[in-house]
Structures are given as structure tokens and as C-alpha cells.
Design a protein around this ligand. Structure first.
Ligand code: NAG
Ligand code: NAG
Ligand code: NAG
Length: 449
């Protein structure tokens, strides 16, 4: 049934009329009784008094009243025992602050410039010992601190509670609090300003330190240190010179002395008479002789090279060029497609094929070829491993293959296997899928219990 909107409006109007009449009644407060006391009440007011040994919480008089306003009483009438203290008294030039956490004693907080005779308000035999906030004694000019100034203009008097902030002149460091307060005529302990010095504290071995200017005593801002290394084959790593800064810190950390070495990686077709490893590292002053291996390979550059004191070679590092390659190298999980020869010319290449179920990586820098370049095999071959899953492993984890029972399965890289929970079992972790992919020999098996 549709009701005209006009009609609904009319009903609301009627209802509101009705309520205007009922409001006077709604405003009256509900009647309340007082524990350990007795009342006399009308709609607007309750007058109450307390039983012997009790008194009103509000304090002061032995009877009190509360008034009704907009449906609620101005406060709850309460009777407390005579020896208890009731509501807090008001404090001239201050207020009382009670921590809501510990319900401990209320603290007296005086207005600025005023000081309390006591820190907390105390209840003595049912009466609050009323704290007094009296005018705090002002302080005279704050004490002088050598090499310092105060960041505000001087005043004749400083009221109790006011503060000043000290600042040291440049290159001086402050010890103590920079802000001090006037407390009832006395200034807090003032800070001091001490000339900044940099610490000459170093544990770096072999480091030779020269002071600039070359004087004894503490190192002051502006002073410098110059470094060198004591050992013959040591080089300085870090700043050669550092400066003591106004804040007493060095401009950079102390440097270190490190041993100098000449290093190089030998190519596959190169040999050193000194060191068998492909990585060569020798000390300054030492010489090595390099030669090329493999038929037709020639050394380009000088065969004898010497390590200089700065860790560099005296001539450009030589190369072996134009050589023939020996048999191609062994590659993990792969074989060459053809029989290998004992010798290959520059430019010749061999093709590899991965073992059964292994997958050849084709993306750069991998391919299926290695190429002989000037006596060296170049290129990269990689075969991804397959995954294997056994029936025992699946049984242990409460799973089986979704499609058919197999003894043991091999699954190549990136291949997908669908599992299922064994009858009556559920997946333990629903975030692990029942469909898993093989990744270079690794497959995460789901688990059902
Ligand atoms: C403040 O100093 C005055 C004068 O020295 C002293 O009488 C008063 O007790 C002090 N007030 C407080 C709270 O220390
Ligand atoms: C030297 O430095 C070390 C660590 O940085 C420190 O423990 C030691 O107290 C310092 N000694 C001096 C005399 O500054
Ligand atoms: C030599 O090879 C190693 C390992 O490949 C590398 O870490 C090192 O930086 C190389 N050194 C030079 C001097 O090329």
C-alpha cells in the first residue's frame, strides 16, 4: 500500500506536538538514594545529610544539595567516612594534577612564577592539607660561563621557573646542560665550555703520522695530520691528510696501510713460470715470465713483466693470440655431439647436448656452442637438472600423482606435476599448490595429513 508523503509529514507534526508537552516530565531527574546518608528530594533538588560518622564527599559542610538540570543531577550525592578526604580543594595560583595511571597522590602545579610549599597534597585525618602556591623568588643575572654567551638578551630579573640557554663559542664544546632554570632565587648548575680537541688515538699499524703544525700537546681544531706508511710495500688507503674540526672530530677517518700486490688472471692458454694458478698475485719488485701454451699461439707483448711499487705492471699485460685450442672442456651434464679432435683452429666450434631429461639453457650468455678463439675456448653451456619424485617420498607426505600411479617419475626443468592428496587426507598448508613445477632439480612437494 502506498502512503502519501503529505500524510506521513502530518503524523510527524502531531507527534512533535505531543512531545513538547511531555518534555517537562522528561527533564526531571531519576530519584536516587545515598548510601550511608538520607535525602529529601523534589523534581529539581536533593538535599542530603549523612549518617553519624559520615560526611558529604564535597567537603566543607555536614549537609549538601545537588540540583537537577536537563535530566541529570549536578553531581552524585555521596557520603564518605569522616576520616576520609573528599573532593580536592581549589588552589590559588595553581591546580592539582592526578595521574590517571597509578592513582597516587595528586601533584600541585603552580602557575608560572609561583612555587608550591609542598609537591603533593596530603590528607590529614579527613582534611586536605591545602598547598599554597606562593610567588617564587626571582633570580639575578645568570652566572657567567667562560667562553660562552646566553642566547637571549640580558634581563634585570628572572622570574622563578624562567630559563636561559648557554652556547659556547666556536671550537669549544659544552659539558653539562645548555638550558638552566631559575628555581626560587637560585640558578641550576651551569654548564662549562671546553676547548675542543681531536683524539690522537690510533691503533693502525705501520701508519706514520706527522702533525701540522708540529707541536706537542692536544690537537686543536684546525690542526692537521699527515700520513705515510712505514713498510716498503705498503700503500696508503684513505686520506693522506686530515683536519681536526671545530666539533673535535676528524674530517675523515684515519687511513690504513695495505700491502701492495700486482694481480692478474691468466687466460687458459697462458702460463706463468712463477705461479701455477690462473690467478697471479706478486709483490712489487718481483718479475714473472709468461708463455703461451698450445700450437701456434704467440705471445703479444713482453714475456717478462715486473710489479711496480704502486701495484701496477711495468708494461701492459701480454696476451696469447692466434693459437690452436686443445680438446674442448668437460661440461656438467652435457656431452659434445661429435667425437672431439685433439686440436682446433681459431673460429672452429663444437656443439653440446645435455644428458637425457636435462634441459639446455639457451638464453644469453648461454648457448649450445663453445668456440675456439686464439687458443681459448669461449662460450657458456648450462644444463638445468631434472626433478625426480619417488613413491616413498610421496607416501611420506601423504600425496600421490593425480594422473595415474607410476613407480618413479622424472620431470624436466619447468615441467609441471599435478599431485593429489591420498584418500581421506587434506592439504596441511593451502598456500602450497598441488601443482608444482620443476626448477633446476628442485621441486617443492605439498603435504597432506
Ligand atoms: C623559596 O625561597 C624563600 C626565600 O629563600 C623561602 O623562604 C621559601 O621557603 C622557598 N620556597 C620553597 C618552596 O623552597
Ligand atoms: C681510544 O679509542 C678506543 C676505541 O675507539 C677507546 O676505547 C679508548 O678509550 C680511546 N683512548 C683514548 C685515550 O682516547
Ligand atoms: C680474477 O678473477 C676473479 C674471479 O673470477 C675476480 O674476482 C678478480 O677480480 C679477477 N682479477 C683481475 C685482476 O681481473
Amino acid at each position: 500500500m502506498r502512503v502519501p508523503v503529505k500524510f506521513i509529514g502530518f503524523v510527524f507534526w502531531l507527534f512533535s506536538l505531543n512531545c513538547a508537552r511531555c518534555q517537562a516530565k522528561q527533564r526531571s531527574c531519576r530519584d536516587i538514594s545515598v548510601e550511608n546518608g538520607f535525602t529529601q528530594s523534589n523534581d529539581e533538588e536533593i538535599i542530603y545529610s549523612c549518617n553519624p560518622g559520615y560526611k558529604p564527599f564535597t567537603g566543607g559542610n555536614w549537609w549538601d544539595s545537588v540540583t537537577c538540570s536537563k535530566g541529570s543531577w549536578s553531581e552524585e550525592p555521596r557520603c564518605i567516612r569522616e576520616e576520609e578526604c573528599g573532593a580536592f580543594p581549589s588552589v590559588h595560583h595553581g591546580k592539582l594534577k592526578q595521574s590517571l595511571h597509578d592513582r597516587g597522590p595528586a601533584e600541585v602545579e603552580c602557575d608560572p612564577g609561583f612555587i608550591s610549599t609542598q609537591r603533593f597534597i596530603t590528607c590529614v585525618r579527613g582534611t586536605w592539607e591545602k598547598p599554597v602556591c606562593e610567588v617564587g623568588v626571582s633570580c639575578n643575572i645568570p652566572p657567567k660561563v667562560e667562553y660562552a654567551f646566553i642566547t637571549s638578551k640580558p634581563e634585570e630579573l628572572y622570574a622563578h621557573g624562567s630559563s636561559v640557554t648557554y652556547k659556547c663559542r666556536r671550537s669549544f664544546l659544552m659539558k653539562g646542560e645548555n638550558t638552566v632554570f631559575c628555581r626560587n632565587g637560585t640558578w641550576d648548575e651551569t654548564p662549562t665550555c671546553e676547548e675542543a680537541t681531536c683524539s690522537l688515538n690510533t691503533t693502525v699499524e705501520d701508519l706514520k703520522i706527522m702533525r701540522v703544525p708540529n707541536i706537542e700537546g692536544s690537537v686543536k681544531p684546525g690542526h692537521k695530520l699527515r700520513f705515510s706508511c712505514n713498510g716498503q710495500w705498503l700503500i696508503l688507503k684513505g686520506q693522506r691528510e686530515i683536519t681536526c674540526q671545530p666539533n673535535g672530530e676528524w674530517s675523515s677517518p684515519f687511513p690504513k696501510c695495505e700491502e701492495v700486490m700486482c694481480v692478474a688472471n691468466l687466460t687458459i692458454n697462458m702460463r706463468s713460470d712463477e705461479q701455477p694458478a690462473p690467478e697471479v698475485s706478486i709483490r712489487p719488485g718481483h718479475t714473472i715470465t709468461l708463455s703461451c701454451v698450445g700450437k701456434g699461439s704467440e705471445l703479444q707483448g713482453q714475456s717478462k713483466i715486473t710489479c711496480l711499487p704502486n701495484g701496477e705492471w711495468n708494461v701492459p699485460f701480454p696476451k696469447c693470440v692466434g693459437g690452436k685450442c686443445g680438446p674442448p672442456p668437460q661440461v656438467d651434464f652435457a656431452d659434445t655431439t661429435e667425437m672431439t679432435k685433439p686440436e682446433y683452429n681459431s673460429g672452429e666450434r663444437v656443439e653440446y647436448i645435455c644428458f637425457n631429461k636435462y634441459t639446455l639453457v639457451q638464453d644469453h650468455p648461454y648457448s649450445k656452442y663453445l668456440t675456439c678463439e686464439h687458443g681459448e675456448w669461449r662460450g657458456n653451456i648450462k644444463c638445468f637438472k631434472p626433478c625426480s619424485v619417488t613413491v616413498e617420498e610421496m607416501d611420506k607426505r601423504g600425496i600421490e600423482l593425480r594422473w595415474g600411479p607410476l613407480e618413479k617419475i622424472f620431470s624436466p626443468h619447468e615441467d609441471r606435476i599435478s599431485f593429489a592428496c591420498q584418500r581421506g587426507k587434506d592439504l596441511t598448508d593451502s598456500s602450497i599448490s598441488l601443482i608444482q613445477y620443476c626448477n633446476d632439480g628442485v621441486m617443492h612437494l605439498p603435504e597432506c595429513v
